[in-house]
Design a protein around this ligand. Structure first.
Ligand SMILES: CC(C)(COP(=O)(O)OP(=O)(O)OC[C@H]1O[C@@H](n2cnc3c(N)ncnc32)[C@H](O)[C@@H]1OP(=O)(O)O)[C@@H](O)C(=O)NCCC(=O)NCCS
Length: 161
């Protein structure tokens, strides 16, 4: 495997954005026919990890899920579209925001079903934490997202200690 650059350049949030589309099958659902929360979390984790790896070009591990909101049930037969975007980078970790939208495949109607904030850490081949490339927000919205993520990190670290 090629080694990452020693001093990697910053990347925009758009450069690592991930969009994942899945069909909700009966095996993904509970006895009410709604998708399991745990299944949504697994998909959100995968989506966040891909965005983080694209940004860092390094292996990453999930350090925390610190905010998950399930906004509406999603039934078997629906399509779910997950979007993962790097909100902010720190020293060896980064925050990825994941949104999950449910789409009715027949009507095409879409509604947000879940959102989650995931912090992942970059590691080397020995599992040691390594610095992540900086994020370079391009738009006002991206700059605001980064600022809000930095504020959340302060709270997260305070709560952790
Ligand atoms: C995440 C992990 C790499 C952190 O390693 P560590 O030895 O605690 O190292 P550090 O304390 O230096 O933390 C490394 C980075 O992770 C961040 N971090 C660690 N725990 C965190 C938490 N609970 N929430 C948010 N960030 C966290 C730290 O702030 C630090 O980031 P920074 O350098 O940008 O400030 C380590 O705890 C680990 O491997 N956990 C298991 C990961 C895993 O298996 N995930 C899958 C779950 S099934």
């Amino acid at each position: 495997m090629t080694q990452p650059a020693a001093d990697p350049p910053p990347h925009s949030p758009q450069a690592s954005q991930v969009v994942m589309t899945e069909l909700v099958l009966p095996a993904d659902t509970n006895n009410y026919g709604h998708i399991f929360g745990g299944r949504v979390l697994a998909l959100a984790d995968k989506c966040a990890a891909m965005a983080a790896m694209r940004h860092c070009r390094l292996p990453v591990v999930t350090a925390s899920f610190d905010r998950v909101d399930f906004l509406r049930p999603v039934m078997a037969g629906m399509i779910v579209i997950l979007s993962g975007v790097v909100n902010a980078t720190f020293r060896t970790s980064l925050e990825v925001g994941v949104t999950v939208v449910a789409e009715d495949p027949v009507t095409g109607q879409r509604a947000q079903a879940c959102r989650a904030l995931v912090t992942l850490g970059a590691i080397d081949a020995s599992g040691r934490s390594v610095p992540v490339p900086p994020l370079e927000p391009q738009t006002d919205e991206e700059r605001q997202r980064a600022e809000r993520a930095r504020q959340r990190r302060e709270i997260r670290l305070r709560q952790r200690s």
